[in-house]
Design a binder for this molecule. Structure first.
Ligand code: BG6
Ligand code: MG
Length: 217
């Protein structure tokens, strides 16, 4: 494998934002009288904002018009932004900054392939922005994971072919997206959920570019 770049999903790979998404969606669900648990939130990982709202509305058998849905998404996002406003590099998942520094030393290029429209802001808050040669986020895509659009645009922005870019993903929909796009992919989490990835590891703690390559060989 001639891998020349890494394409990272953000939420759940670089930083644990799921807890903040959960609190914000839960507040909205409460207002709509829809029971929404931490387990329900698991199913939303990797889904776009609008797809997440559709899942929650479906749980409550609620059918709403487009305008109301936009208002609800704005409301959820305002709450989410309030929750993440104090986020700092302390919230980076273990081993992430060391791994980024190692990629830089090894001359491996770095891109972001996130469904989040808040990604640029979050990259700044967690102090990782300077590592990224390309950032593709929810503002630049029309199709959400498992469609490979976000990663294909990432590879294109880096001037590389999919097989030259290693994707890191924590969501099953993201692993599917990478595979459909022809990317090698490392799952971040458990093999039960991410078994379709080329390799699965719990996180970046103790990992380097060399150890990741060894997992793929
Ligand atoms: C993904 C998260 O990365 O981004 C989802 O896993 C989230 O939970 C999605 O819904 C969209 O995020 P945002 O920040 O644009 O609402
Ligand atoms: Mg994710």
């Amino acid at each position: 494998m001639d891998i020349r770049a890494c394409l990272f999903d953000m939420d759940g790979v670089l930083v644990d934002t799921a807890k903040h998404h959960f609190v914000a969606w839960q507040r909205l669900a409460e207002e709509l009288s829809i029971p929404f648990s931490r387990e329900d939130n698991e199913a939303l990982k990797g889904l776009s904002r609008v797809d997440s709202l559709e899942v929650i509305l479906g749980m409550g058998n609620l059918v709403l018009d487009a305008q109301t849905k936009l208002q609800l998404m704005d409301k959820k996002n305002a709450h989410y932004l309030e929750l993440i406003s104090t986020m700092s590099p302390d919230e980076l998942l273990p081993g992430v900054s060391e791994f980024m520094a190692d990629l830089q030393r090894e001359g491996i290029r770095v891109g972001l392939g996130s469904s989040s429209k808040n990604a640029p802001q979050i990259l700044d808050l967690i102090g990782l922005r300077s590592y990224f040669d390309a950032v593709i986020d929810g503002n630049q895509i029309t199709l959400s994971k498992p469609d490979p659009e976000v990663f294909l645009k990432g590879a294109q922005a880096l001037g590389l072919e999919p097989e030259e870019c290693l994707v890191f993903e924590d969501a099953a929909a993201g692993v599917d997206a990478a595979r459909t796009g022809g990317f090698p992919v490392v799952g971040i989490g458990s093999p039960e959920v991410l078994g379709d990835a080329d390799a699965v590891m719990p996180g970046f703690k103790g990992e380097s570019w060399a150890t990741v390559l060894a997992r793929l060989s």
